[in-house]
Design a protein around this ligand. Structure first.
Ligand code: M6R
Length: 620
């Protein structure tokens, strides 16, 4: 995700901020920026697309006066492509207030329209710029006798207008002796030094200056000066809150991974938050429908769509296959999935009102990109579900939905996959409500989606049990993974992970297909992982389990909590909470990810960078 660093004290601020940004680079970003206020009260801004090194190069040419206060940011685009004008810090009409922001302002469109009507001029496409203009507005409305606290009051009033998530740092040349910091669902810490203080989204940016930090809580706002700080509430009467200074004990490497041993582990544990972020502002529960900003402009064309072809690779292809089940069952639109690398070589036949949907985490996968170009060449409408804003696929498709899953660093895709499933469900509701889906059905799916983050948290808490299973199966010579209907693609996703992380030969099949040949592999030293939630095909999947048992094959089962029946066949069961059938893949995937992760760890593999693989496959 994006990174924030701010400094106020006596030292020259620019190198401190640039080094802080470098410490945040591991989080992934597409652009970086900095603003400092010099001793004369002049603000100096620099923003660059690309690496912090580019920003550093630009700064080397600048001739800024001595400054000891400033804020800086690495941006991971959510609203607006990566560009200089969309990079942070963002400012108001008068370039008096500067904001860096992590998170999403859900109601930015309404706020922006109102501010424009009041005469404010916007430069960027970001949601963040709204914050700067609101601060400008409230600062000038504020009581000018507010004893040097006008800025904190203006920021507080601004935040009260905002729906969404934020970690922010604000500086102003009108009060150049302080940084205002606040948080709501996006981490922010204060680094407490001697005659200097820092603000950062991550301890890695402050640790070379101080080990003493305060973790801001949601709903808190801090006025940070060089010689002290005061923390208050954003809501209520803005009363002062008690701050606890804690000492960081982690080393750098551990901090970058948020205390996790690997990025993959960290990213799996981010999944509850990722589900929330992927849905944020997109579910209109009262109306049982999904509001997907990126496709609003083409909604009438989508209403006409008669057939959807989804092109994707690897894990994204498994997500596409789940989407196929969802869209056909709930929206009634004929849908088929193509492996993108095959798509353009098989002379696909298009008819009128076709849609080519591309799913890709990186947005750079060459095969998927080629499929889009092929479809466009034939005059077919294209759309993307992409995580990386401004990536090649996002630009080539023109319209689409962004995942908002944050940067995925581990080569094995985990949180992005779950987000792809969530967006597939939202897109299904979107299409369904344009067709025959009732408001009640839209609401049922919406309500079930909202329960998922809590359910995933419970599944993650079951990690010790999964570690025991991983210990038992870590030396297996191979595995079979099976599932039916919505969970047939999850058998594939399980196989991808067990192959790429554990280097195990794994065969994945829709469970019903096993008896047509692969059953010959069943043996006491060849286990099968069977995904068997209590859904509409449960009885059928159970009979597959019986067939494996009858041939002496070990079984690892995934089923619904409360279903004790499978204990007759195996003791190795991972339980998932009950949810709508179409959402079971989301829950079933969580124990599978932990299982594959721990087998790979126990086998001593390089988890975040498995052999022979790259994060984006940009060659055909
Ligand atoms: O960036 P994309 O989603 O287009 O990438 C597609 C595949 O290369 C990717 O999902 C790959 O299969 C992952 N390493 C699986 O974990």
């Amino acid at each position: 995700m994006c990174g924030i660093v701010g400094y106020i004290g006596k030292r020259e601020v620019t190198p401190i901020l640039v080094n802080g940004l470098k410490r945040l680079e591991y989080r992934g970003y597409d652009s970086a920026g900095i603003v400092v206020i010099d001793k004369k009260g002049t603000g100096h801004l620099a923003r660059e697309v690309g690496k912090v090194a580019m920003l550093e190069k630009a700064l080397a040419k600048s001739n800024w006066g001595t400054a000891s206060i400033g804020i800086a940011h690495t941006r991971w685009a959510t609203h607006g492509v990566p560009s200089e004008r969309n990079a942070h810090p963002q400012s108001d009409c008068t370039s008096s207030f500067w904001v860096v922001h992590n998170g999403i302002v859900e109601n930015y469109k309404d706020l922006k329209d109102a501010l424009i009507a009041e005469g404010h001029k916007f430069i960027s496409d970001t949601d963040t710029e709204v914050i700067a203009h609101l601060i400008e507005k409230f600062y000038h409305l504020a009581d000018s006798k507010a004893n040097g606290h006008r800025l904190v009051n203006a920021v507080r009033q601004t935040l009260r207008q905002i729906k969404g998530t934020y970690g922010i740092a604000v500086v102003s040349k009108l009060e150049p002796d302080k940084i205002i910091a606040a948080r709501n669902s996006s981490p922010l810490i204060l680094g407490i030094g001697t005659d200097e203080n820092l603000v950062a989204s991550d301890a890695s940016a402050v640790i070379s200056h101080t080990k003493n930090v305060i973790y801001l809580n949601d709903g808190e706002i801090a006025e940070v000066r060089g010689d002290g700080f005061r923390i208050e509430t954003v809501g209520g009467d803005g009363e002062e809150t008690k701050a606890k200074v804690e000492e960081i004990e982690w080393d750098m490497e551990k901090i970058e991974k948020g205390g996790h041993e690997h990025f993959m582990h960290k990213e799996i544990f981010e999944i509850p938050e990722v589900i929330e972020n992927s849905m944020r502002g997109r579910l209109i529960l009262e109306e049982g429908r999904a509001k997907l900003g990126g496709i609003e402009d083409v909604k009438e064309k989508l209403r006409e769509v008669k057939r959807i072809i989804i092109a994707a690779c690897g894990t994204a292809n498994a997500a596409a296959r789940v989407a196929e089940y969802m869209i056909e069952e709930y929206a009634g639109v004929p849908t088929e999935v193509d492996i993108a690398s095959e798509f353009r070589y098989r002379k696909p036949v298009f008819t009128e009102h076709n849609l080519l949907l591309a799913i890709s985490q990186s947005g750079e996968t060459a095969d998927t990109l080629a499929a889009i170009k092929e479809a466009k060449e034939k005059g077919v409408m294209t759309m993307g579900i992409v995580n990386v804003v401004g990536s090649s696929i996002a630009r080539e498709t023109g319209v689409g939905i962004y995942n908002h899953a944050g940067p995925e660093i581990s080569v094995a895709s985990t949180k992005a996959f779950i987000s792809q499933l969530v967006l597939s469900a939202l897109f299904t509701v979107f299409l369904g409500r344009q067709r025959d889906m009732s408001i009640v059905m839209g609401q049922r799916i919406g309500e079930a989606l909202k329960e998922l983050p809590g359910m995933v948290r419970r599944l993650l808490a079951d990690e010790p049990h999964i570690i025991e299973l991983a210990k038992k199966y870590k030396d297996t010579r191979g595995m079979l993974t099976l599932g039916r209907k919505y969970n047939a693609p999850i058998a594939t996703e399980a196989a991808i992970k067990l192959k790429e992380l554990c280097y195990l030969p794994v065969i994945d099949l829709p469970a019903g297909e096993m008896k047509h040949g692969t059953i010959a592999l069943i043996a006491p030293d060849f286990p099968s992982l069977v995904i068997a939630p209590e859904d509409s095909v449960y009885e059928k999947t159970k009979s597959t389990i019986e067939q494996i048992k009858a041939r002496g094959g070990p079984i690892i089962a995934i089923t619904t909590e409360g279903n004790t029946e499978l204990e007759r066949f195996t003791k190795d069961i991972m339980y998932i909470p009950k949810t709508l059938e179409m959402l079971t893949p989301i829950l079933a995937t969580i124990p599978i990810y932990l299982f594959a992760y721990h087998i790979a760890r126990l086998r001593g593999h390089d988890i975040d960078k498995p052999r022979n693989l790259a994060k984006s496959v940009t060659v055909e």
